[in-house]
Design a protein around this ligand. Sequence first.
Ligand code: ZN
Length: 183
Amino acid sequence: MYDNLKIITYPDPRLKQPSVPVSDFNENLRQLVTRMFELMRQAKGVGLAAPQVAQNIRLFVMNATGQPEDDRVYVNPILSEADGDEEAEEGCLSIPGLSVNVIRSKHLRMQAHDLQGNPIDQSASGYLARIWQHEYDHLNGTLLTDRMGPVAKLANRRLLRELEEKYAAEHPTPSPRKPTKKR
Ligand SMILES: [Zn+2]
């Protein structure tokens, strides 16, 4: 049922919507996650959040190494105990071509549920913590474009404009109806 799912891209307004918690850990959810891993691998990404495939629920998948045993699913994640700051380069499957430096917390605690609804309680640093924060941002409708400073915005103005024009061409707004003359 998720065969037609694809990764949506900036400036699709669905990427800006906050997502709602998952309540049913059912077969649908498992199928969605299977498809999300597929799309993430095809796109050679390390993480993919449900809103990036137009499903506005609080769930993301990730794999930081590319090894199948490192597939991770986080449902209804909560990040806490943020400690330290670190700046590093990030990209986003929903903003193809963009690469910007983002300051993230260095250490974090993650509480969430796995695909079966079992509680997860983990801590991570560095790269893993960065992926958590990037994907968590997606669940709140926050994109890299919201994390960019003025210099990065200026440097990537052209790329973003191109993406906006491409999106507009693929999603034409209906032209306003001409007023009909009264007779
Ligand atoms: Zn992203």
